[in-house]
Design a protein around this ligand. Structure first.
Ligand code: ATP
Ligand code: MG
Length: 422
């Protein structure tokens, strides 16, 4: 027998019995974003490697060790996108969507990172993200947080909390870096290899470390929030006031720095304690410098991205959900003449009643085997078309889920009959 080929480690199929959960989630997202006036943008899955190096930052987990990078047949260096923001900015600049305009955008789709696969951490995973361009004031920071809060509410998701921080202006971060490096130098003996490397190149990244051995030392490090510039402080206060006014609870986490280099000012994460180490379900922040950094004109920007697998897994553990009815009608066809007429009948029904879900039997077989398939399909009724019915232009209706007498219905009455029962 031929050797089986399996899916790539960390990349998963969504099987037919699970796809309804994805569809419900995607529908909720689409409706929610429309209700806030956001438009969808769809970007390619593959971009120039440069795009991610220049935006996410050379000294980050993603660029250093997680990207799927390869050369195509022309020798161009390409990368499967590890996240959506860089592509969104690239598209916005390329198509002239950003300068002097306000854009409220969302996207969703697969992302790729070569990480160690575990629950809630995959090599192909899916993000839904929102990005707003052209608004520098913290009212829109609040809007993005409120979108998250509303999504959890609409999904019925429980026990998620909001952590909030501000990274200040780029000058504030430069000043703070000196203070932080001084502190880290004093605790050099406790730094792991990654952190030692980053101490010179990107000291803020050290704060993002997940190494438990460094936690206490990092908890005692000086906090950026104590080195803020006035403008960032004022904006942060206004954001907090907006959240207080709309009843969104948050905790300030001065250690929250995010794993990507392009963030400034507001950063936030929605976290849960119910997914172990993969507790962050949604993360975002302001990135006012990125558009310019990628060659566009200075444009304020803010966004978030959420991990769809993590949210679906949380939903599954918190609530029971039933497969929706996928088939209403199963059309049983006995004999060659019925098979031909039945196909036409099915098309006539679909033409008139496009929302009715119907399987027309294919592949022949006895009445017994076809009825078995009808039952297994979950259909509410079976319509049977055999020689007798065919010569009278009618079908026999059998109820599959109720103890009800079978009836015969003429072809000309069929759509009316179906409308009344499904
Ligand atoms: P983490 O700290 O868990 O590695 P991150 O900071 O790398 O997350 P972001 O780049 O901010 O994550 O991505 C936003 C969200 O996408 C995360 O909060 C998470 O929910 C989800 N996510 C990130 N990486 C993965 C992955 N490998 N598998 C599944 N979901 C992921
Ligand atoms: Mg990560």
């Amino acid at each position: 027998m031929a050797k089986l080929i399996k899916s790539i480690r960390g990349m998963h199929d969504v099987l037919p019995d699970d796809s309804f959960r994805w569809q419900a989630f995607e529908t909720a997202i689409r409706q929610l974003m429309a209700s806030y006036g956001y438009k969808e943008i769809r970007m390619p899955l593959v971009e120039s490697t440069d795009l991610f190096c220049r935006s996410i930052g050379e000294v980050t987990d993603i660029v250093e060790k997680e990207m799927y990078t390869f050369e195509d047949r022309n020798g161009d260096k390409l990368t499967l996108r590890p996240e959506g923001t860089a592509s969104c900015v690239r598209a916005g600049i390329q198509h002239g969507l950003l300068h002097n305009q306000i854009q409220r955008l969302w996207y969703s789709g697969p992302m790729f990172r070569h990480e160690r696969p575990q629950k809630g951490r995959y090599r192909q995973f899916h993000q839904f993200g929102a990005e707003v361009y052209g608004i520098a004031t913290p009212d829109v920071d609040a809007e993005l947080i409120l979108i998250g809060a509303r999504l959890w509410k609409q999904l019925g998701l429980k026990n998620v909390r909001l952590e909030l921080n501000t990274l200040g202006s780029s000058q504030a971060r430069i000043d703070y870096k000196k203070v932080l490096v001084d502190y880290l130098e004093q605790h050099r003996d406790q730094l792991d290899d990654d952190s030692l490397r980053r101490l010179d190149s990107n000291p803020l990244r050290v704060l993002d470390s997940k190494n438990p051995a460094m936690k206490e030392m990092l908890d005692n490090a000086p906090a950026l929030i104590d080195h803020l510039d006035e403008e960032s402080s004022r904006q942060f206060d206004k954001l907090k006031a907006s959240l207080d006014a709309t009843g969104v609870k948050y905790t300030i986490n001065p250690r929250l720095v995010r794993g990507l280099d392009y963030y400034c000012k507001t950063v936030f994460e929605w976290v849960t304690d119910e997914l172990g180490a993969q507790g962050t379900i949604c993360a975002g922040g302001r990135y006012d410098g990125l558009v310019e950094q990628l060659g566009g004109k200075t444009t304020p920007a803010i966004g978030f991205a959420l991990g769809m697998e993590r949210i679906l897994s949380l939903l599954e553990s918190q609530q029971e959900s039933e497969q929706p009815q996928t088939v209403d009608i199963y059309l049983v066809l006995l004999g060659e003449a019925s098979e031909v007429r039945g196909l036409r009948l099915a098309e006539e029904i679909r033409e008139q009643l496009p929302s009715v879900k119907m399987i027309a039997h294919c592949g022949g077989g006895s009445v017994k085997s076809q009825m078995k398939k009808a039952d297994k399909s979950g259909a509410y009724i079976a319509l049977i078309l055999a020689e007798d019915e065919l010569s009278n232009d009618q079908v026999t209706v059998k109820y599959l889920r109720e103890k009800k007498e079978q009836v015969t219905v003429g072809f000309d009455e069929l759509t009316k009959f179906i409308t009344n029962i499904v």
